[in-house]
Design a protein around this ligand. Structure first.
Ligand code: PMP
Length: 509
């Protein structure tokens, strides 16, 4: 009813309307979303936002839709918790085949199923924490056994303690009880985005998303990419030792044992929301080496970059970054199913996790069968779609670079890999137009530009969440040349409008 209040996020809608982004799409196909004009005719909008990375195969890919229809028509058991899940097993095997190829070795990864990217990240963090807690328990048990052995040695006279042994043992107990309760430490890269749930938002660098909820989650230490060489020093600052007792040459001596305090280091191989920033090989190596040194698992967030978007199944493979955990979501569901997975490498995997973690819809036959189909399509013809992602990415990059060359004063950078690309507009704080300066200062300039692109060019894109002057381009592997040209034309128009400080044209009427 039109006279009823809008209770479905009206504030957001009002804000979208203010920059002409409040379109209502009625149909989606391939790289297009369709809305109706005043006469009720369909207007095609080319979609470079791509569900922010979910539509690598385009909207409503015919084979995915046909499969979804078939599954539903045949009464697929969507809800069958606590039963055999052969489709989930097949998906896990298929994922492992791809990982084996990209890693060049046989170490398997166990799969935990989830429904969204943030949930997969939280499952990985939870698993890492379970592993850490179990390791703390094992360390304390081994210390207790060593204290017992020292006690026996003192009792039978084969060892002596400095002072009273029982006083020493009591101190070890007291110190360890206190130190073992040290909160786990999470690390993440500055600019990173890992979700907005209670746990994952604490790994997301954007302070506006994270700060109000700080009291609910574990604190994360954020590391600037330029500071990665000092990671060992940062780890050292967090180091906590438990006390152990050893018998050496007939004496009972206290020895430090490092407490496992490091829960995980989260990293995106290509930062999406942080402004499309590709992790370089050196940074990847610095993270891996420093984390290995202190047994901190690396959680590689491939929620946006994975599934072949950057030309390899995992974007991290291209920079030689090996993850202890991976999170995959978005395009895993073929643009249709809501599904996600967390992969945990065998050397860290704890089967106990399966007994304490689950979610109602996760691992259901509908979404896992669709995900399996997505993998099949990606892997077909010797990986033709990965090559296509690279080739299409190069075509779009060339178009974006040409815009940059024409407008070097307005466009400061073009970056990314494959079909995860960004174009950064120059800071507009010196614009002659007050409204442009205001949008620039408020972090909404990218949305105003997106509004112009939609209104005047029927191009849909958005800025990245935490780098508001950077527009993102994440179309499907099937994006055509004509659509790329449409984008380039729109960007030229936007750049010309900014160059002319034409606030009226930018914001429309
Ligand atoms: N990680 C990354 C890298 C993402 O880009 C996103 C979503 N933008 C998430 C996690 C969270 O995924 P979801 O929105 O499905 O929870």
């Amino acid at each position: 009813m039109d006279d009823e209040p809008d209770l479905a996020e009206p504030l957001l809608l009002g804000w979208l309307a203010s920059v002409h982004l409040d379109a209502h799409y009625t149909r989606a196909e391939g790289d297009h979303l369709y809305r109706l004009d005043e006469q009720g005719r369909e207007v095609a909008v080319v979609d470079f936002a791509g569900g922010y990375g979910s539509t690598l195969l385009g909207h409503n890919h015919p084979e995915i839709v046909a499969l979804a229809r078939d599954l539903l028509a045949n009464g697929v058991p969507v809800h069958a918790q606590f039963s055999r899940h052969p489709y989930a097993r097949d998906l896990a095997s298929a994922l492992n085949r791809v990982l084996r190829r990209e890693h060049g070795d046989d170490e398997p990864y166990s799969v935990i199923f989830a429904n969204s990217g943030a949930e997969a990240i939280e499952a990985a963090v939870k698993h890492a924490e379970l592993d850490r807690v179990l390791k703390v328990g094992a360390l304390r048990e081994s210390i207790a056994a060593n204290v017992e052995a020292a006690r026996a040695a003192v009792a039978d006279g084969t060892a002596v303690a400095d002072g009273d042994f029982e006083a020493l043992a009591a101190r070890v107990d007291e110190v360890n009880a206190e130190r073992a309760a040290t909160r786990p430490v999470l690390f993440a890269l500055e600019g990173g985005f890992h979700g907005k749930l209670v746990g994952s938002v604490q790994l997301t660098h954007n302070a506006a998303y994270r700060n109000p909820f700080g009291a609910l989650g574990v604190t994360t230490r954020f590391v600037a990419k330029d500071d990665l060489a000092s990671l060992p020093k940062l780890f050292d600052e967090e180091r906590v030792d438990l006390l152990d007792l050893e018998v050496r040459d007939g004496r009972v001596v206290p020895v430090p044992r490092p407490l496992p305090v490091f829960c995980a280091f989260a990293v995106e191989p290509v930062q999406g929301e942080g402004g499309i920033r590709v992790l370089d090989e050196r940074s990847a190596r610095l993270i891996r080496t420093a984390c290995d040194e202190v047994d901190c698992p690396v959680l590689v967030d491939e929620v946006q970059s994975g599934m072949g978007r950057t030309g390899t199944f995992l974007a991290s493979s291209a920079v030689g970054l090996r993850g202890d955990y991976y999170a995959l979501a978005k395009s895993l569901g073929g643009g249709v199913a809501k599904t996600a997975v967390m992969l945990a490498r065998a050397s860290r995997y704890r089967g106990e996790f399966e007994l304490v973690h689950s979610s109602t819809f996760a691992k259901d036959a509908f979404s896992t069968t669709i995900a399996l189909k997505v993998l099949e399509l990606l892997e077909a013809d010797g990986g033709a779609l990965y090559r296509r992602a690279t080739e299409r990415g190069e075509r779009i990059t060339a178009a974006l670079r040409a815009v940059r060359e024409e407008f070097p004063d307005v466009v400061v950078d073009v970056r990314g890999r494959g079909l995860m690309l960004g174009l950064e507009f120059a800071d507009q704080s010196g614009s002659a137009h007050a409204a442009i300066r205001e949008h620039n200062a408020g972090g909404t300039l990218g949305y105003a530009i997106a509004g112009l692109l939609l209104r005047r060019h029927r191009v849909r894109t958005f800025p990245t969440a935490s780098a508001p002057n950077t527009l993102r381009f994440e179309p499907s592997v099937f994006i055509g040349d004509a659509e790329v040209d449409q984008l380039a034309e729109g960007l030229r128009d936007a750049a010309a409008v900014l160059r002319a400080a034409d606030g009226e044209a930018l914001l429309g009427s």
